[in-house]
Structures are given as C-alpha cells and as structure tokens.
Design a protein around this ligand. Structure first.
Ligand code: NAD
Ligand code: GLY
Length: 385
C-alpha cells in the first residue's frame, strides 16, 4: 500500500509530497522526472558507505534508467561527520561534477546524511532541487520532513543551517529491515515525542508500531521486509502530525509561544541536547538523548503541577516499552544546568522549556520561571527510575 502526504508550504518551495510505500526506492528515477517536470541531466546521490552499500545500486539504477547521469558522494558515517569539513568536501564534489540549477541532489541515508546534503543543496548555486530518501526510522518520521538542515560545530549541535524544503520525500519502510534494533528504538523515542505532543490517537498509533516490532522480535522476523512495510501507516501518522506543525510555522518564528508553534517539536530536546553535549556525542544516540529528555520534561511538568500523575506514568511506561536507555546517572546535574546557562548566554535570550499540561497539550515555559528545585527533583526522577 502506498501512502501520500502533502506538506503545505507557505515558503519559497511551495508544497511537496511525501510518499511512503514498498518499492518507492526502485521508482525514484521516474518520480524525480515527474516532480521536476523533466528528467534532469545530472543527479548527485549523497550517502554514506553503509547505506550506499545496501541500497545505492538500486537507487542509482532507478535514477539512471530515467535519463540523468548519476554520480555519488559518500560522507563519513556518524554525527561527528556532520560538520563544515564534510560540507566543504560535498560542495567541492558538486562543483567538480558541474551540477547545475536544474539538476538534482538525492540524500540517501539517515538524519546525518539528510541534514548535511540538505544544507549543501540549499547553498550550492544558491539552491538546487533536493529529494530526501530517508533510511532510518528517525529520519522518516522526523528529520526529512520540514526542511531543517544543519551542521555541528564545537559550540554545539545544529547551530549552523538553513530552512530548505525538499521537492519530495520518498520513503520505503522495507529498508528498515537492515537497521540495527538500537537505531530503530532511537527512532521510536522520537515517535513518542510526537505522540506526547499530539495526543491519544498518535500515542495509540505509536504503541501499535512498538507492538508490531515487539512481535517481530519474538518471532525472529525482524529481518523481513513485510514487518517493516507494515509500519507504513504508523510512519504516515507521524509525518502527518509533523507536517501539520511545520506547515503552520515553517521557520519556527521566535515570538510564537502557542501550542501549535514549531518550537513544540523541541520537546525533550533541551535536556537531550545537554546530555549529548556532555557525553561528547559518543555514548548516546540522538533519539536516546531525546528519550531521556522526554522523561525529564514530563517529570518537570509534573513537579510544576502541570501534568497529572497518571499521564506521567503513561508516558514513562511508553518510553520504557520502547527499550532500555543508556544510563546517565554518572552525569553531574550541575554540568547539565551549566549547559542550559551557557546556551542561554551564547545563543538565546532565554531557554524555553516545552512542557506538558497533558498528553497532547504542550505549553512553552521560560527557563527563568522554573525554580531550581523543580529541575533537581526532575533530574533525580530520571536517574532513579
Ligand atoms: P544517522 O543518520 O547517523 O543514522 C544512524 C545509523 O544508521 C548510521 O550508522 C547509518 O549509516 C545507519 N543506517 C541508515 N540507514 C540504514 C539502513 N536502512 N540500514 C542499515 N543502516 C542504516 O542517524 P539518524 O538517527 O537517522 O539521524 C540523526 C540526525 O538527525 C542527528 O544529526 C540529528 O540532529 C538529526 N535530526 C534532524 C532533524 C531535522 O529536523 N532536520 C530532526 C531530528 C534529528
Ligand atoms: N525536529 C524539530 C523540527 O523539525 O523543528
């Protein structure tokens, strides 16, 4: 079954489709030609060795069969390669290949490839068409949708980037069959984030995805395409939620603090980014840091009298059902709070916390309005549960 979702954009790129279904990978070539009006002369695939080794030939074959001359640039695998050096090399590759403004860049990979290739596509010749082909659960439900691109620097993650919408996002859920269980769980933590913000319906769809994967693990069928193809509707539900938010606030307006502002998608991220930074981006996957961040923000919401006890427990249960989170009890809480202060001084006037008044009821609260004791108690809760 193929699903199609349209991201409605007020931005310069206009609306774009997100297509989800088995076999999408083998049809990229024809879809690119349709989306761009005609087949481009050149297509550059940006990927990494692992993903290209698994799916590159299939994707490149499909694109080449529609006409374009295909070239491939492989970047290093991992968060540490999402940097200026990789960006410069990628731009150098595009220049060398002589890619023009009517050609296309195809990002084939997870969020690291997508964020970096998206950034390159947005600045090369002041913008060339981009197709996102996400291959991790996290990149399917989150990073490929909404047009945020970025690289990291020594000052922190994702501080340098652009808003640049792709021409399309093409998703084949069966590629998840080769993703490690830990990476699948990392994507599910981001899914719980969406569910907590959206409400009971998306929470039920998320739990259905978790159940499907649990039953696959029990029956030893996690390597079958059918299991992952079955995640299509769940992935679609998450994309619909994110697409709805970003369509209404494409560039995350700084002065918006309402419950539909794009800022709410940062739920779990203030704490998550802090622990990623303190652990040197080594021991936690991004999704796992967000998993801890969800627990922290939920505990904080409860401490402030915003989130009822039974809803707090519900969220904790879902996060724990996804699977184990790497321990963070060795981190000194003072280091985490120092990170909030650092971010506040260097980047923002004030750190804003995305908290919950209930499942599906986010609220934005300035850091300065939260007593330190509430933070300390939330930290104890997430490290002692
Ligand atoms: P990732 O891109 O590092 O991919 C995780 C691992 O899975 C990598 O080793 C990759 O090679 C491998 N992989 C990818 N697809 C595979 C497949 N089908 N089979 C086997 N292995 C596969 O990590 P990620 O979780 O996809 O993305 C994390 C990044 O996304 C972070 O940099 C984060 O900041 C960013 N992000 C961006 C946004 C956004 O809105 N732009 C949102 C959320 C996260
Ligand atoms: N992942 C947060 C956003 O896209 O805004």
């Amino acid at each position: 079954m193929k699903l199609e979702i349209t991201v409605r954009g007020p931005g310069e790129g206009g609306s774009y489709p997100i297509e989800i279904g088995p076999g999408v990978l083998g049809k990229i070539g024809n879809r690119i030609a349709d989306l761009l009006g005609k087949a481009p002369e050149k297509a550059a695939i940006i990927s990494n060795k692992k993903v290209f080794g698994l799916y590159g030939e299939h994707a490149a074959g499909s694109i080449a069969s529609a006409g374009p001359e295909v070239s491939t640039h492989l970047i290093g695998d991992g968060e540490r390669f999402k940097n200026f050096r990789t960006l410069e090399r990628t731009i150098g590759f595009l220049l060398e290949k002589g890619l023009g403004r009517t050609d296309v860049i195809v990002a084939l990979g997870g969020g690291v490839v997508g964020d970096l290739a998206g950034f390159a596509a947005s600045i090369y010749l002041r913008g060339v068409p981009l197709i996102q082909v996400p291959t991790t659960l996290l990149s399917m439900i989150d990073s490929s949708v909404g047009g945020k691109t970025a690289v990291n620097t020594g000052f922190g993650k994702n501080l340098i980037g652009t808003f640049y919408q792709p021409r399309a996002v093409l998703i084949d859920p069966s590629v998840l069959s080769t993703l490690s269980e830990r990476e699948v769980r990392a994507g599910l933590f981001e899914a719980v984030k969406h569910a907590a913000l959206s409400g009971q319906r998306l929470l039920a769809a998320t739990e259905a995805m978790i159940s499907k994967l649990e039953s696959g693990e029990k029956s030893g069928s996690t390597e079958t395409n059918a299991l992952f193809e079955g995640l299509g509707p769940g992935i679609g539900a998450h994309i619909e939620f994110k697409a709805g938010i970003v369509s209404g606030d494409e560039r995350e307006k700084t002065d918006r603090v309402d419950a539909r502002s794009r800022k709410i998608l940062n739920f779990g991220h203030t704490f998550g980014h802090a622990i990623e930074k303190i652990t040197g981006y080594r021991s936690l996957l991004h999704g796992e840091a967000v998993g801890h961040g969800i627990l922290f923000a939920a505990a904080l919401s409860n401490n402030l009298g915003l989130l009822a006890e039974h809803e707090l427990k519900l969220l904790y249960d879902v996060v724990h059902r996804v699977g184990p989170l790497p321990p963070i009890d060795k981190i000194d809480p003072r280091e985490i709070f120092a990170t909030f202060e650092y971010d506040k001084k260097r980047i923002n006037d004030t750190v804003q916390w995305i908290l919950l008044e209930g499942i599906g009821r986010p609220v934005i609260v300035p850091h300065t309005q939260i007593p330190e004791a509430a933070f300390m108690s939330a930290f104890k809760q997430v490290t002692n549960h």
